[in-house]
Write a protein that binds this ligand. Structure first.
Ligand code: ASP
Ligand code: MG
Length: 452
C-alpha cells in the first residue's frame, strides 16, 4: 500500500493534563496540515484513579473522594474552555457513567466492567481536546475509537485484530479525515460484541501506531514530556542525553526492556509498514526529538541502557530433568498458555531459571501466580523477588570484538544473578538486586557513553 503522507499525533497524559498543556498540543496539531488523526491519553493521573476504583476494595467515602478527584481534573479543563454547552452535556454523561460504574457491586470481579470504567479517562480527554482545537479555529471532531479498534475479548490486555482494524478504519475513519481532524482515544478498544476493552497500561502509543498502520500513514508522532528517547532514564543520571535517531529494532528492544517513553508493542506496526516514529516534548516542540526509522546513519555498538523493575526469578527444579526429555517443553508450554513472555533463561543439569515481569496489580502479576501454581504440579518451584533487569541495547553485540568486555568491566563489582545475550544481536541483559540497579546503570553509562 502507498503511504498517504498522513501524520498521526499522539499526546500522552502529561501533555493533556490541563487546559494550558492541551493548548500547546493543539498548536502542534494545527501547525502540521498532515496531522489528521490525534490520539490522546487520559489526563495525567486519571487512569491511576480509575484503576484504583476498578481494582481496590474501597469504602463508599473513598469511592466518592476518588470520583471527586477525577471530576476536578475534567471540570477544570471544561471551565477553562468557557463551559460550552454541547461539550458540557457529553461530559456530564461520561461523569454519570463513571459514578454508576464505580459503585457497581460486581466491579471488582468483572474485567469487562473494569475496562468500561478505565476507558472513561480517554473518552473525557478526547472530548475536551477536540474542543480545544475547535476554539483555536481548527475543524476537529471527537471520534469513538471503539468503532474501529477491534480487539479480542481479553479484558485488560486486548489483542488488536489487525485486519478488522484496517477494514473498519477504511470504512468509518478514513472518510472523516477529508474535512476534519479526528481526535480519538488511545488505550481503548472493543471486541466483536461491542464490549469495551483496553490495551494495557500505557497502551495509547500502541493505538497511535495501530491507526497509523491501518490508515497507511507516513509518520506517527508520540508527544510526551521528554525531548525524545535518551541514552538512559535521565532520572537515573544527569549525564543521559537525547538520541536524535534510533532504528526500529533498537527502539523495540528499549521499549521491551523498560524504556518508559514508548509502549513495547508500538514498534510492531511501525516496523510492518515502515512508518517513521517521532518522539518529542509537547512543551518544547522546538527542541526536536528522536526519529525512529528503519535504517539509521550510524548503528553504534552501544545505543542505550534500560532498566525494568519488579522482576521475579522463577527456578523450576526436578530430578527427572536429568533423564527425561520434554521437561522444558512442559514448563514452557505452561508459560505460553498464560501468555507470559520470558526474557532471561538459564539452565543447569536439573533446574531452569527464568525471569518474569511483575508489575503490581498488572495482568502479568495475576498470570504469574496462575503459572506458578500450575508449574508446581509438575516440579519444585521457587520464586524470588526484588530484582531489576538492566539491559544494554545496541548493534552487532554478538560479533564485534570487545563489545562485551567493556560491558563486563563496568559491572565487575556487582552480584549478577543472571546474564544473557539476547536472541538477537541488539541486547545484553543482567538481572541485579534492586538495591544495586541504579548504580549499575550509572556505571554502565559512564563506561559506555561518557568516556569518549
Ligand atoms: N491512560 C492509559 C494509562 O495511563 C493509557 C496511556 O496513557 O497510554 O495507562
Ligand atoms: Mg500515558
Amino acid at each position: 500500500m502507498q503511504n498517504t503522507g498522513l501524520n498521526i499525533a499522539k499526546f500522552g497524559g502529561t501533555s493533556v493534563a490541563n487546559h494550558a498543556s492541551m493548548l500547546n498540543c493543539a498548536k502542534i496539531v494545527l501547525a502540521n496540515p498532515k496531522t489528521k488523526v490525534v490520539v490522546v491519553s487520559a489526563s495525567a493521573g486519571v487512569t491511576n484513579f480509575l484503576v484504583e476504583l476498578a481494582h481496590r476494595p474501597m469504602t463508599q467515602q473513598q469511592i466518592e473522594q476518588t470520583i471527586e478527584q477525577i471530576e476536578a481534573i475534567e471540570l477544570a479543563i471544561f471551565k477553562a474552555l468557557g463551559e460550552p454547552q454541547d461539550v458540557g452535556e457529553k461530559l456530564q454523561e461520561l461523569l454519570q457513567s463513571l459514578k454508576e460504574m464505580a459503585f457497581h457491586e460486581e466491579l471488582l470481579h468483572r474485567p469487562d466492567l473494569q475496562d468500561a470504567l478505565l476507558s472513561l479517562g480517554e473518552r473525557m480527554s478526547s472530548l475536551l481536546f477536540a474542543e480545544v482545537i475547535v476554539q483555536l479555529g481548527g475543524a476537529a471532531q471527537n471520534f469513538d475509537v471503539r468503532k474501529v479498534l477491534r480487539t479480542d475479548s481479553t479484558f485488560g490486555q486486548g489483542t488488536p485484530q489487525l485486519e478488522q482494524i484496517r477494514e473498519l478504519s477504511a470504512q468509518l475513519l478514513a472518510p472523516e479525515l477529508a474535512d476534519n481532524i479526528v481526535v480519538t482515544q488511545g488505550f481503548v478498544g472493543a471486541d466483536s460484541d461491542g464490549n469495551t476493552t483496553t490495551l494495557g497500561r500505557g497502551g495509547s502509543d500502541f493505538t497511535a501506531a495501530l491507526l497509523a498502520e491501518a490508515l497507511d500513514a507516513a509518520t506517527c508522532e508520540i508527544w510526551t514530556d521528554v525531548i525524545g528517547v535518551y541514552t538512559t532514564d535521565p532520572r537515573i543520571t544527569d549525564k543521559a542525553r537525547p538520541l536524535p535517531e534510533l532504528s526500529f529494532e533498537e527502539a523495540a528492544e528499549m521499549a521491551t526492556f523498560g524504556a518508559k517513553v514508548l509502549h513495547p508493542a508500538t514498534m510492531e506496526p511501525a516496523l510492518r509498514q515502515d512508518i517513521k516514529v517521532f518522539v518529542g516534548s509537547s512543551k518544547e516542540p522546538e527542541k526536536g526529538g528522536t526519529w525512529i526509522v528503519r535504517d539509521c546513519e550510524v548503528e553504534p555498538a552501544y545505543r542505550a541502557i534500560t532498566r525494568r523493575k519488579e522482576q521475579v526469578m522463577v527456578t523450576v527444579k526436578t530430578p527427572e530433568m536429568m533423564y527425561a526429555q520434554g521437561f522444558l517443553e512442559r514448563v514452557f508450554a505452561i508459560i505460553a498458555k498464560h501468555k507470559l513472555s520470558v526474557d532471561l533463561v538459564t539452565t543447569s543439569e536439573i533446574s531452569v531459571s527464568f525471569t518474569l515481569d511483575n508489575p503490581p496489580n498488572s495482568v502479568a502479576e495475576r498470570l504469574n501466580r496462575e503459572t506458578v501454581d500450575e508449574l508446581k504440579e509438575i516440579c519444585e518451584v521457587s520464586v524470588e523477588h526484588g530484582f531489576d533487569l538492566v539491559t544494554v541495547v545496541g548493534n552487532n553485540m554478538h560479533s564485534e570484538k570487545g563489545v562485551s568486555s567493556r560491558i563486563f568491566a563496568a559491572v565487575a563489582n556487582y552480584n549478577l544473578r543472571m546474564i544473557c545475550f539476547g536472541a538477537n544481536p541488539h541486547n545484553m541483559s543482567f538481572l541485579v538486586n534492586e538495591a544495586d540497579s541504579t548504580e549499575v546503570v550509572r556505571d554502565l553509562h559512564k563506561q559506555l557513553f561518557e568516556n569518549n
